[in-house]
Write a protein that binds this ligand. Structure first.
Ligand code: FE
Length: 292
């Protein structure tokens, strides 16, 4: 029941944001969609019993509304800037490609030199792409044989090169020759809410970046559980994560999660854990994130 309530709360928050966002636009069609979203929100608020089929139906209608809106918006709008393709494309195992930059190497001058951009993109980013493809293919081979040799090594390679590839792909899109200034819309509102104002956000982001030890990143992130923006830094960047992923199913293997019962038998704990996995929760979570 808690899960359904949580699910309904998320759905309501999504509908509310969606409607709010649409009402900012001037198009009549946007306002109509906003009204429909508010209608769904009203239905949800009036519902006494949150049974799964009602929630599924409501989610389906919300999805329908959203895809209709996206379709109309894309059809009516000239896309102003080319977005790096592999940010959204589905990629087969070992099939990552170096994305084209959405501008020329010299386009960010005088702020970022042409030579830096060329080396950064054509050499550094390329090596992440190659390393990621190799790690993915190697792991696929091991899955096929059901034998996981050097799993630690390949997981490290997967994280290091995957983080490098995904973060750089985001990074190229995060810059533009027409960039600068301040954000607008929902992002600006959320920044003001979570950091008081834009200048404090900018100061914290810059300080975080300047104080990363060695190589790394400063990243503005959305904390979906807290519903807040935060700034995180990634030293180096690999630490076994790829930074463009959304956890679907976590398993805690810190000793505090099993030691009192299993002592040093982590394997026994892992094997038994499969008996308590909440698949409907993971399924619902996956269905929400898979289109991001
Ligand atoms: Fe880099």
């Amino acid at each position: 029941m808690d899960f359904q309530r949580e699910y309904a709360r998320d759905l309501a928050a999504w509908l509310e944001n969606f409607a709010e966002e649409l009402k900012e636009g001037s198009a009549k069609a946007d306002k109509d969609v906003a009204e429909k979203a508010e209608g769904l929100l009203y239905m949800l608020s009036q519902r006494k019993i949150l049974d799964p089929s009602f929630l599924r139906q409501l989610e389906k209608e919300a999805e329908h509304l959203y895809s209709h809106y996206v379709h109309r918006r894309n059809a009516g709008e000239q896309i102003e800037r080319k977005i790096v393709q592999s940010e959204t494309a589905r990629v087969p195992v070992g099939g990552h490609k170096l994305p084209e930059l959405p501008y020329s190497y010299g386009a960010l001058e005088p702020y970022i030199d042409r030579r830096i951009m060329e080396l950064h993109h054509s050499k550094h980013h390329q090596s992440y792409v190659d390393g990621l493809n190799k790690a993915e293919k190697e792991l696929q081979k091991q899955r096929n044989n059901r034998k996981f040799e050097l799993i630690k090594h390949w997981k490290r390679e997967l994280a290091f090169n995957g983080a490098g590839h995904y973060l750089h792909t985001l990074f190229w899109n995060a810059m533009s020759p027409k960039g600068g200034g301040e954000p607008a819309g929902a992002l600006a509102r959320q920044i003001n809410k979570d950091f008081s104002n834009f200048s404090t956000f900018k100061l914290q982001f810059s300080e975080a970046a300047k104080n990363v030890e060695g190589g790394g990143w400063s990243v503005l992130v959305w904390q979906s559980q807290a519903g807040r923006l935060e700034i995180l830094t990634a030293e180096k960047h690999q630490n076994l994560s790829q930074w463009d992923v959304i956890p679907v199913l976590p398993l805690d293997v810190w000793e505090h999660a099993y030691y009192l019962q299993y002592e040093n038998d982590r394997g026994g704990y892992v094997n038994n854990w499969w008996n308590v996995v909440n698949w409907p929760w993971a399924e619902a979570r996956f269905s929400k994130v898979k289109d991001i």
